[in-house]
Design a protein around this ligand. Structure first.
Ligand code: RFL
Ligand code: PHB
Length: 391
């Protein structure tokens, strides 16, 4: 088999890249380790930056998003015993964000690839990348027990944090930055009307977040210990703990119901530099991970794909390698901004095991400042809504 760009990973980054390349007349094959059903079952992100929404619309993926996505003009922050306040991203930036699930985006992308006759190989096992520093890289994999090989011009590593692409770069060529947090998030999905605002809550008992997917689908998270077991968290216990962490008025307004999904996620910040090795280009979680506080992960995958697709289009259409050569630096500027924001919000809104009375006062003082300062709110709004893509 031969293609122009071999894309490893059929998550949002890989599928969106294939979709945009196709619109530029560039041929690709996506290799995904899991079945399509498995990929579509994963429940993850839900909040899209203004630039992500704009890009999805521009590349013809706006129809269902416009119909089913819930436009939102900011998020609330609440902490123990006080009224919540609203970070009005619309007011400060003039832009709107959107609540629209990653699951829905992935469905839309699969539908678009199918309609365009795109090649997606699912259950591709033992994917290996070869000759990445030559002009003729190739990818081998097993499918249905047979070994296959794809020759290509470029390889896009979109295979998430645990994928093979980043690991195909020699250690000496990669610098990594890693920070673990001493807690995770326990999340549930319930078929109940969501709390009207997306609301981040800080409480001595720990962080909590009320989010949404649609008028009858809600997503809630609470901070939990790393050794938490799902079986110890029946729905009643989850709701009780969730409500204990929000202000009373908010707790009274939460509509509870049986969960339809429950999952645990550890929190981590990780960046690998550079995002290129020879003809391999990394995009999305393959190159960086952020804690979900601030909802940046999927949005970064989208901005990487924007930069990479533009760079590849420039090379194929005009023979201009400028953007491809600058890809890693440009993508990383945006990545580090989001890493900083999500780290800052994680520190501000979570209870850390060794927190002292002083640490507690510092958080309260920061939250007081944020609640009372238009400048502080404008700064957060600008970053939350998403820094514009670079020209
Ligand atoms: P993905 O989605 O992990 O997709 C990678 C794909 O590659 C496949 N793969 C392989 N394929 C072939 N060969 C191999 N060796 C392979 N190894 C892996 C995998 O099966 C998979 O299909 O990475 P991608 O595309 O870069 O997308 C990144 C996003 O999924 C991620 O950043 C977000 O979900 C993060 N995130 C959020 N991001 C936001 O922007 N807004 C949010 O509100 C938000 N909330 C969240 C989140 C992540 C969470 N978890 C579970 C970590 C909430 C949570 C709880
Ligand atoms: C979500 O809806 O899943 C969500 C929302 C905001 C975040 C993280 C996750 O910061």
């Amino acid at each position: 088999m031969r293609t122009q760009v071999a894309i490893i990973g059929g998550g949002p980054a890989g599928l969106l890249l294939a979709h945009i390349l196709d619109r530029h007349g560039i041929d690709s094959v996506v290799l995904e380790r899991q079945t399509r059903a498995y990929v579509l079952k994963r429940i993850r992100a839900g909040v899209l930056e203004a630039g992500t929404v704009e890009l999805l619309r521009e590349v013809g993926l706006g129809e269902r998003l416009n119909r089913e996505g819930h436009s939102h003009d900011g998020s609330a922050i609440a902490w123990a015993g006080r009224e919540r306040f609203f970070i009005d991203t619309k007011k400060y930036t003039g832009k709107s964000m959107m609540a629209y699930g990653q699951t829905a985006i992935t469905e839309d992308l699969y539908a678009a690839r199918d309609a365009a006759g795109g090649q997606i190989v699912d259950e591709a096992a033992d994917v290996q990348l070869h000759d990445l520093t030559s002009d003729r890289p190739c990818v081998t994999f097993d499918k249905d027990g047979a070994s296959r090989r794809i020759d290509c011009d470029y390889v896009a590593g979109c295979d998430g944090f645990h994928g093979v692409s980043r690991q195909s770069t020699p250690d000496s060529m990669l610098r990594t930055f890693d920070k673990g947090y001493p807690f995770g998030w326990l999340g549930i999905m319930s078929e109940t009307p969501p709390f009207p605002d997306l609301c981040y809550c800080y409480h001595q008992r720990g962080f909590a977040l009320a989010s949404m997917r649609s008028p009858m689908l809600s997503r809630y998270y609470i901070q939990c210990d790393l050794d938490t077991r799902l079986e110890d968290w029946p729905d009643e216990r989850f709701w009780e703990e969730f409500k204990a962490r929000c202000p009373q008025k908010m707790a009274d307004a939460i509509v509870t119901g049986p969960s339809i999904e429950k999952s645990l996620a550890p929190l981590r910040s990780f960046v690998a530099e550079p995002m290129r090795y020879g003809r391999l280009f990394l995009a999305g979680d393959a190159a960086h991970i952020v804690p979900p506080t601030g909802a940046k992960g999927l949005n970064l995958a989208v901005s990487d794909v924007f930069y990479l697709s533009r760079a590849l289009a420039d090379v194929y259409r005009r023979g201009d390698p400028r953007h491809l050569d600058g890809y890693s630096d440009m993508a990383l500027r945006r990545v580090w901004g989001a890493v900083r924001l999500s780290w800052w919000l994680t520190n501000l809104l979570h209870r850390f095991p060794g927190d002292t009375a002083f640490d507690q006062r510092m958080k309260e003082s920061q939250l007081d400042y944020l609640a009372s300062s238009e400048h502080a709110q404008a700064s957060l709004a600008e970053q939350y809504v998403g820094i514009p893509f670079e020209e």
